[in-house]
Ligand binder design. Structure first.
Ligand code: MN
Length: 258
């Protein structure tokens, strides 16, 4: 069993180190992570710049790219440089939550998504605190979950998103299988002026708020539970697909009349 670890907070992030230490012994651990922080990089792929690979230690590498670049390069491999041939992709432990609608921004979740799209079972871990105090507890739980995932056997279609409350191990109440919550967006564009008198803008606003829902990821972590959400990659809205069938006839002659 070879396990590829990555993240979006960068190779030096505490969460990644904690994850590597926590998973020791479950398989051969490879780390391929961005050289710099890439939070909110989403599923970006670097196509207009070269990628530099830096070898830090026997199975530890950083790449001058996004989390998605790291997983793609690691899974495809670079002959003679980087050949992990992973069986499992684990992303995190992110500093900060990745729940609900926000998973679309997440580099942590995108790294796991890339693993899943390449046919590997993949899992993302996030501690819900942007400055986590209990990464040791998160690491212990991550180990339990990854170990469970390995014992469950091959399941290539699996993409799991885990959010861990930033609590000591004995204060975590358990694990809940959840669905993605719905975010109340309150971002504000803050306008300021730079030292040279030119205006600049910064995306800011209050911390995220959520529609109350006990079955959601947000509902679980706010009640002190670890949230585990299975994600799918097919974004097709089946209900709306049926509604759009009606457009087929309505718009059939459009191009002729135009
Ligand atoms: Mn991050």
């Amino acid at each position: 069993m070879r396990i590829l670890l990555t993240n979006d907070d960068g190779i030096d992030a505490r969460g990644l180190r904690e994850l590597a230490a926590a998973l020791e012994g479950l398989g051969e651990i490879w780390i391929v992570a961005p050289d710099l922080e890439q939070s909110a990089a989403s599923h970006a792929l670097t196509l207009r710049d070269p990628l530099r690979v830096r070898h830090h230690d026997e199975r530890v590498f950083s790449i001058s790219g996004t989390p998605t670049d790291c997983v793609l390069v690691a899974v495809r491999g670079i002959r003679g440089v980087l050949e992990p041939h992973p069986d499992l992709v684990v992303s995190g432990i992110n500093h900060g939550p990745n729940m609900g609608d926000d998973v679309t921004y997440s580099g942590t979740v995108a790294a796991a998504l890339e693993g899943r799209l390449l046919g590997l079972p993949s899992i993302a871990f996030s501690n819900t605190n942007w400055n986590p105090e209990h990464l040791d507890s998160s690491g212990q739980i991550a180990r339990q979950i990854v170990s469970h995932m390995i014992d469950a056997g091959p399941h290539p279609a699996r993409l799991l998103n885990v959010n861990l409350p930033d609590l000591p191990r004995d204060e975590i109440r358990g694990l809940r299988a959840t669905r993605l919550g719905v975010r109340v967006y309150r971002d504000e564009i803050v306008a300021k002026v730079d030292p040279r008198g030119r205006p600049y803008y910064w995306i800011g606003g209050d911390p995220p708020e959520w529609v109350k829902d006990d079955e959601s990821d947000f509902g679980a972590v706010s009640a002190g539970y670890v949230s585990i959400t299975p994600l799918q990659t097919d974004w097709t809205d089946d209900a709306d697909l049926e509604a759009l069938r009606g457009w087929e006839n309505d718009l059939a002659g459009t191009s002729h009349r135009a």
